[in-house]
Design a protein around this ligand. Structure first.
Ligand code: FMN
Length: 148
């Protein structure tokens, strides 16, 4: 069974709501999970995680929500390589914005730079296409959990 760090970037609560649903699914599947709205390098380094899940919306012009930005910056400044860490990205956005899911792309890029492994390509959830983002995310999560 896996120990999963589920980090959230959310402005108006949609990504947080999705993450809360995912947390339940992860627990029902018998894994342990910590959902963190204020993710930090200290927490990342505090436990032996099997995987990090990043569930984030985008704000501004494809920017990372304020509550996830400190973690993003910490990952750039002195994080050691995450060479055997698996990660997955649940990207919430709206394709009517020029930089669709820009924040999730930035987070993904940073994890790749730290040499983490991405067993299942990120899922992008477009607010113009779905009103039930948690359903798309749950579908993707099953695939991710099977890859752990
Ligand atoms: C001010 C504002 C700026 C946004 N900018 C982007 C963007 O640049 N790219 C994108 O894909 N979505 C953008 N969105 C859409 C949100 O990411 C999307 O609605 C998401 O579901 C919101 O989730 P949240 O409530 O967790 O923040 C923006 C939304 C708002 C209100």
């Amino acid at each position: 069974m896996a120990n999963i760090y589920l980090v959230v970037g959310s402005v108006t609560g949609t990504a947080l709501g999705v993450a809360e649903v995912l947390k339940q699914v992860i627990e029902v599947a018998g894994h342990s999970v910590v959902l963190d709205e204020h993710a930090s390098l200290a927490t990342l380094n505090s436990q032996s995680w099997d995987a990090v899940l990043i569930c984030t919306s985008s704000t501004g012009k494809g920017e990372i929500p304020n509550n996830l930005m400190p973690f993003y910056n910490e990952l750039a400044n002195g994080a050691s390589l995450l060479a055997k860490m698996k990660f997955g990205v649940i990207a919430l956005g709206n394709s009517s914005y020029a930089n669709f899911c820009g924040a999730a792309n930035l987070m993904e890029q940073r994890f790749f730079e730290l040499q983490a492994l991405c067993p299942v390509p990120k899922v992008t959830i477009d607010a113009t296409e779905t009103t039930t983002p948690e359903r798309d995310a749950k579908f993707w999560l099953k695939e991710f959990l099977a890859a752990l």
